[in-house]
Design a protein around this ligand. Sequence first.
Ligand code: 5GP
Length: 201
Amino acid sequence: MKHWRVTYNDIHNLIRKGTPKVAAEFNPDLLVAIGGGGFFPARVMRTFLREQTAKKTLQIQAIGLSLYEPVEGSTVEQIGQEVVRTQWLGPDAGKLLVGKRTLVVDEVDDTRKTLHYALSELQKDVDKELASYPESERDALRAATRFGVFVVHNKIKPKLAELPASIPYYAGEEVGDVWLDYPWEMIDIEEHDRLSGTQLI
Ligand code: 5GP
């Protein structure tokens, strides 16, 4: 598979370019970063959101998800089919989310399974929490609780999962089906930056 090296500055600038639309249309109250790739993008986005919205510094919550890596002997169907939680919001997840506009941030949308899992599980936390409110308050709270998605890169390819059409979706950049080499995965960052400058488009 073709590899494409991405630098810290590339990521910073894609987020800088993408944030005005996020701020104008979605204006999040809370960031949920999917670890580990969403951590750096969420932190950078906070800087630009603060600049664009004059809001106080947004809280960044972290969740950890990984695609289940099957053990030897697994069937083809099992391979790469399962997303597992390695970290989640605390016991008050629902309380944290209800009534807020939460932007879920990750570095890359590949098959979309991770985002699909994250959004459906966050929605379950919301639904559980809403059930504890009197019925008369639920509809208004449900309407005020929104999710959006920001990814630095979206791969243009057939996706294996979908997101609800009602969820605003923002991508810093759309790319082909290449393997992206992110700077935080590198040992020698100078060499990574140098080689990134020699890539042929
Ligand atoms: P999904 O297939 O669920 O959209 O993405 C699952 C995860 O696979 C991503 O969060 C990311 O950690 C990893 N991944 C997918 N494509 C790439 C890529 O091109 N480069 C790197 N470094 N990780 C990727």
